[in-house]
Design a protein around this ligand. Structure first.
Ligand code: ZN
Length: 168
């Protein structure tokens, strides 16, 4: 039984590898929600997301993925800091560890080298500056999140002037 299953899996992954290989020879090793090579290691605050290759301004880096829940369900998950509202009805719960984009830390606008962009109900992290291999990838989480979760302990980004007031 097990042998049979693994055979099927092997065939499946070969087909997938072929498909991805056709898109770009560099992308063979990447899961399908990754557009650039990234690494997770200690960052500005806890773990962070780092560029594993040079990334040009405007390029897509990674998709923010998770379980789709309703806004009503999201409102009940107050302790969850990985909720991403995509419209008035739907929210992505990006807390699962397989959502590698969740490791992307906050930085105030001046220091941010990426942004999160919603396209057709999906969320993508896109470079807003050229990013060098080894740089931490950071984007501005926005006023509501910063005031609630970051301001209480102070922002650790490298900006001279932090966004959202001088109170932290
Ligand atoms: Zn800051």
């Amino acid at each position: 039984m097990f042998k049979k299953q693994s055979k099927v899996l092997k065939q499946g992954s070969k087909t997938l590898a072929k498909k991805i290989g056709k898109l770009s020879p560099n992308k063979k090793q990447l899961p399908d929600h990754h557009f650039k090579i990234v690494k997770v290691k200690r960052g500005l605050e806890g773990m962070g997301l780092f560029a594993g290759e040079d990334i040009k301004k405007g390029e897509m880096i990674i998709e923010y993925i998770g379980n789709i829940i309703t806004t009503k369900e999201a409102n009940e998950l107050k302790e969850n800091q990985y909720l991403f509202e995509i419209n008035t009805r739907r929210t992505i719960d990006g807390s699962p560890k397989w959502n590698i984009a969740r490791y992307c830390n906050h930085a105030c606008e001046e220091e941010a080298n990426a942004e999160s962009d919603i396209k057709k109900g999906r969320v993508f992290v896109i470079a807003v500056k050229d990013i060098k291999e080894g740089d931490e990838i950071v984007y501005d989480y926005g006023e509501e999140f910063v005031k609630e979760h970051i301001a209480p302990h102070g922002c650790r980004c490298r900006a001279v002037k932090h966004n959202y007031g001088e109170s932290y």
